[in-house]
Design a protein around this ligand. Sequence first.
Ligand code: V55
Ligand code: FE
Length: 492
Amino acid sequence: MAVSFKSDPTARGFFAPTRFEADVFDCEVEGKIPADLNGAFYRIGPDPLYPPKFKDDASLFHGDGQVGMFRIANGNCDYRSRYVRTPRYIADRKARKQRFGNYRNDATGDPGVRGLHSTVANTALVHNAGRLFALKEDSLPWQVDPNTLATLGTWDFNGKYASKTFSAHPKIDPLTGDLLTFGYEATGLLSNDVFFYVIGKDGHVKSEVRFKAPILSMMHDMAITREHIIFNTCGFTSNKAWLDAGKVHWGWDSTIPTYVGILPRDGPARDIRWFKGPERAAIHLLNAETRGNKVIVETPASDANPFPFFPQMDGSAWNPAKARTVLRRWTFDLASKKDSWEEEILFPDIAGALPRIDERFWSLPYRYGFVGYSDASRPFDEKRGGNLKGRVTNCYARLDLKGGQVASYFAGDTHSLSEVQFVPRHRGAAEGDGYLLGVAANYAETCSELIIADATRLADGDVARVKLPFRAHTQVHGWWVDAADLPLCDPD
Ligand code: V55
Ligand code: FE
């Protein structure tokens, strides 16, 4: 059957599916890749092989995952990309059409694929014990060969990982190397079961804590401190009637509070304390710290539904103003009996939903946050970039959370940036001393470029651009793996 993406309005321009897999040996480079940058930048995102079955599908979240790899060594870069061979990708490919239904509502697929998992492995990556995983929060992790990007199958940590799902945002404890992770809807669709795990750097499950969240909600990320693990809910929820009506998994219920659960690191499930706050969506958490009786969580958040493709449960219109996502500092007082928290808005002019830090400082006192944002005061080439002024992510910011200063990298008047990745200059480098990496859409040349900038000199522009001779698949999140943690990676 001939394929058409015409019915999918989100699949346009740089968001249009590429549907190919690529190998580029010795990429063209403008500028100079720093000699001390040695490892692989992996990125993942939806690249639908077939258009969604239904018009109301959350197609940005529901496209087949493709993994890209920029392998960097000795100032050179090789590129490779491969789809994750999920059951959905394999079954659709065999049928040459979309057989699956709406996002995380398996009953809406063709009867013939009802028994198959509809996950698309398109959200994030993590590396543990030599294994590279492609992640989607409705599934076990998908193991991918770090060199060939071949799909090796799901991984349940030798049967010791019992949750049916695995977060797209596990954390690596920088002091132990442990992987801290969780799954929500851990026992099945619509359950409020959450299983939390500590997995050693040798890949073995060290501990498990099972608890119930106060509501069923999208729990996309988590934060860690030296003393606590922080879990949060938002207004995205679901129920049987909603799924029976054939809708995408999530609807936004503006009447439900935001719950934040604080679990002592080694505490049993009964020690988790749930705080309750106003309507918010904190999808991605920046970092957190425990200071005495206070737990401080720094997180971008919006005041309402951040994603237009997940409908309001009450049928109201999506509110773009309330979807604006800015950094907040949430302070929880463990000494108080109150279940509320204090909120302070930081950097109100910088709206960005995909924040990263120097991840050697997860759980530790830290100073810098990095985030892509749109600076409308910068020049924009409307002739080549189209009607996107003020909407493209044209800058990366380094936010100084202690001093309040902002340093910015500007990608140019024809460029739009994906999520930022921080890479330390070397293992012992000070916090923030390193590089910012990120893939840019070049609207003037309809090609993708990997930008490499010095994180300590962002205003000076980038030091290198790796130019792909095509438009690469879209990206949600990326992940850097240092060469010391990779097997030999020469392309064949
Ligand atoms: C998110 C993204 C997803 C998903 C659930 O950004 C949550 C949040 C790209 O897929 O399935
Ligand atoms: Fe995410």
